[in-house]
Design a protein around this ligand. Structure first.
Ligand code: ZN
Length: 192
C-alpha cells in the first residue's frame, strides 16, 4: 500500500506520483485526497483532465462517489505546461486518454520543482497497457496501484471487463458498461 513516509509534501521538491488501477478502484478518489491535503497545506493546486472526458461536467474532476474539485479540460498534454507556471501541485486525471507527450510534460514539470500526481487506467478492457500510462509508471518517483473488488468472487480485481459490445479502446465507462474482475473470473468470462 501507499507509503506516506515517501511523500515529501512539505518540501518544494519536484516529483511524479502515479495512481493507477482498473475502473472502480478508487483512483480518482485517491488523487482528490492527495490534492485536498495539499490545498489544506495552502499549496497552489491545479487539476487537468483530457477534453475527451466530459461524462459528468466540463469543469470538475468528479469521481464515482461525486466528490469533485474544479479542473481544466485540455486538448493536448503540451497545454498543461503552459497552464502550470506558478503552481506547486499539478493533478492529472484520466491520464490514459492523453497523448504520449504527457510523459515528457510530467518530467519537465517535476524538473521545475512541481509535484505532479497522475491518475489513470493502467490497462484497457483487453488488458493492454493504456496510452502513456506504462511510460509514466516507469519514470515516476512513486507508483500506487489500487484495486477494485471482483464482482463475481470478491477477490481483488485488476481488470476492467467490458460487458457491452464494441472494439473501440476509448469508451468512457460506467457500471453498466464495465465490471471489475480478478484474473480467474476474467479468464472464465473470456471462455464463456
Ligand atoms: Zn473473481
Amino acid at each position: 500500500m501507499y507509503n506516506e513516509s515517501n511523500i515529501h509534501e512539505t518540501h518544494r521538491r519536484g516529483r511524479i506520483e502515479v495512481i493507477c488501477g482498473s475502473m472502480f478502484s478508487g483512483k480518482t478518489e485517491e488523487l482528490l485526497r492527495r490534492l485536498r491535503r495539499a490545498q489544506f497545506a495552502r499549496q497552489t493546486v491545479e487539476i487537468f483532465k483530457p477534453a475527451i472526458d466530459t461524462r459528468y461536467s466540463n469543469e470538475e474532476v468528479v469521481s464515482h462517489d461525486k466528490n469533485s474539485i474544479l479542473s481544466t479540460p485540455v486538448e493536448h498534454s503540451g497545454n498543461i505546461l503552459l497552464l502550470s507556471s506558478d503552481v506547486e501541485v499539478v493533478g492529472i486525471d484520466e491520464a490514459q486518454f492523453f497523448d504520449k507527450g504527457l510523459t515528457d510534460v510530467c518530467q519537465q514539470l517535476a524538473d521545475q520543482g512541481i509535484r505532479v500526481i497522475v491518475a489513470g487506467l493502467d490497462m484497457d478492457f483487453k488488458r493492454v497497457p493504456f496510452g502513456p500510462m506504462p511510460d509514466l509508471c516507469a519514470i515516476a518517483d512513486d507508483v500506487t496501484k489500487v484495486h477494485a473488488i471482483c464482482v463475481r468472487c470478491g477477490a481483488l480485481a485488476n481488470y476492467s471487463h467490458r460487458i457491452v459490445a464494441g472494439e473501440k479502446q476509448v469508451m468512457l465507462g460506467e457500471m453498466q458498461e464495465y465490471q471489475p474482475l480478478c484474473r480467474i473470473c476474467y479468464n472464465q468470462e473470456l471462455r464463456s
